[in-house]
Design a protein around this ligand. Sequence first.
Ligand SMILES: Cc1cc2nc3c(=O)[nH]c(=O)nc-3n(C[C@H](O)[C@H](O)[C@H](O)COP(=O)(O)OP(=O)(O)OC[C@H]3O[C@@H](n4cnc5c(N)ncnc54)[C@H](O)[C@@H]3O)c2cc1C
Ligand code: SF4
Length: 248
Amino acid sequence: MSRNDVIRRQFTVLAEAAETVATPQIRNVGTLAGNVCQRPWCWYFRNGFPCYKNGGNTCFSFGGENQFHAIFGGGPSYIVHPSDTAVALLALDAKFRIVGPAGERVLPAAEFFALPQRNPARENVLAADEALAEVQLPGLRAGTRSTYHKIMDREAWTHAVVSAAIVLEMDKQVCRSARIVLGGVAPIPWRLPKVEQMLAGERITEALAAKAAEAALEGAKPLAKNAYKVPLTKGVVRRTLLELAARG
Ligand SMILES: Cc1cc2nc3c(=O)[nH]c(=O)nc-3n(C[C@H](O)[C@H](O)[C@H](O)COP(=O)(O)OP(=O)(O)OC[C@H]3O[C@@H](n4cnc5c(N)ncnc54)[C@H](O)[C@@H]3O)c2cc1C
Ligand code: SF4
């Protein structure tokens, strides 16, 4: 996907997100559905602690090692959704075709991912006997440009500490509409509708990008060890917006 000409040209954000996943070896054997449906990488969950995700009734990260956990949408589990491509697909307003013994259904990406309040053991609405069969991308209007920016705690081979997928529909210098989704900050890809509204009909200036970055973090609730994500996310939103707006 990251090398496909059509995806690179039309759905740049998806190509760029796919390019940041893990390593070439892992990407070469992975699938898009597997990437979107991958389970969280919270160290307590992966090491078999009896937390919500492992069938228990507590969250060890809440009062424990929560450096890489959620600042939005957490509770009772505080995972961050691990998939880079999921963030891009939500920004592109993709649809997911789901199949199972009871038939099939098509859901917008926004309705596929589910917060832990709904079911702390799961990350999406798939039933145990359902599979994600197809991802559908909408046609984009002329003037649309997009990008994915990912911050990691090392140069490669790891998940996002914070990421941003931004899709702008531009009319010369003016933003007609925007879709902005954050990764690495919430149990689902985290969309920013209020920030999107701020940008619609405006020129994206330094001042507006800074205002958007402030608004992006409204309502953030950092845990004891991850408050650093607040200024980091602001920086990612501001810089990615300015960089994308400046692309001709
Ligand atoms: C060292 C390392 C680093 C990584 N870094 C990143 C990273 O930076 N960014 C990132 O996004 N990912 C990262 N990953 C995750 C990796 O990219 C995913 O594990 C991979 O994409 C999964 O692909 P797969 O097709 O092999 O899925 P599988 O491993 O086969 O499945 C993953 C999960 O999805 C479920 N699943 C698979 N296909 C479907 C389907 N069609 N419908 C429903 N459920 C399904 C499986 O049941 C399983 O729970 C990393 C993984 C490793 C090991
Ligand atoms: S954040 Fe989620 S996966 Fe991690 S310990 Fe808490 S309940 Fe388990």
